[in-house]
Design a protein around this ligand. Structure first.
Ligand SMILES: Nc1ncnc2c1ncn2[C@@H]1O[C@H](COP(=O)(O)OP(=O)(O)OP(=O)(O)O)[C@@H](O)[C@H]1O
Length: 224
């Protein structure tokens, strides 16, 4: 399997606080990976580094063999916008936009025409059970519905890698299953890779690979 993302010996400090140490990680194209670990163990920090949002203090992150730190700000923004999709814990939707406008945002930023972008967003929203809410402003939907809109927005432009921090945290089991199915379908059909942080053991068990984060160190868990 072609390695799309590779981290070698990554360390991250926030001031004097060490959040990551000696992290090695490889993600194959089309691989769905789950990272678990206790609160404060460094899971979100790792996602931020892998996604080029934070620069590691030591070590490097390679995307298709190219070190993220070799890209200038514009190139990094383009990578994040076009090749990555994000469902972050505090990833806010824009309250003045409707559900479908929020979900269509990555396509609009990529220059797609509004009608086409809304049509594609509508299909994804439908698969996530949100068809009825398309025209609703996101200030008028529930937390779990917002989370699914954020998932739709992360995958609408068919990115190469989706980074998801607790993407099913606010969802009941049926909706968590719908989100996971979307990830797995994209991975199998488009070769999209997914790195997701989750506390949900049943979600993690469905991933292709599982890792455990403890005190800034990452360890692969054997398949059961
Ligand atoms: N901006 C920051 N400044 C200083 N320390 C930080 C910052 N963000 C995180 N930390 C610290 O870095 C460590 C790792 O935090 P991180 O958020 O990556 O953990 P996490 O495993 O994602 O936690 P949670 O499951 O609670 O979201 C923790 O000790 C945290 O207190």
């Amino acid at each position: 399997m072609h390695a799309i993302l590779r981290a070698t010996d990554v360390e991250l400090f926030y001031g004097s606080q060490r959040a990551l140490c000696g992290v090695d990680f490889t993600l194959g194209a089309g691989e769905v990976c789950a990272i678990t670990g206790s609160s404060g163990s460094g899971k979100s920090s790792l996602l931020y580094c892998l996604a080029g949002v934070l620069a590691p203090t030591r070590g490097e992150i390679l995307l298709d063999g190219v070190p993220l730190h070799s890209l200038d700000d514009d190139e990094l923004s383009t990578v994040r916008r076009e090749r990555f999709g994000f469902v972050f814990q505090y990833g806010e939707l824009l309250p003045e936009l409707t559900v479908e406008e929020n979900a269509a945002l990555p396509l609009r930023l990529a220059g797609r025409r509004k009608t086409k972008a809304l049509e594609v967003a509508g299909e994804v929203l439908g698969r996530l059970g949100l068809a009825e809410l398309r025209q609703r402003r996101t200030s008028q939907i529930s937390g779990g519905q917002s989370q699914r809109v954020a998932v739709a927005r992360a995958l609408v432009h068919r990115p190469d890698v989706i980074f998801a921090d607790e993407p099913t945290g606010a969802l009941d089991s049926a909706n968590a299953e719908a989100v996971l199915e979307e990830f797995l379908t994209l991975a199998r059909s488009q070769g999209t890779a997914v790195v997701m942080v989750t506390h949900d053991a049943s979600v993690a068990a469905r991933a292709d690979s599982q890792y455990m984060m403890a005190d800034g160190s990452l360890a692969r868990r054997a398949a059961v």
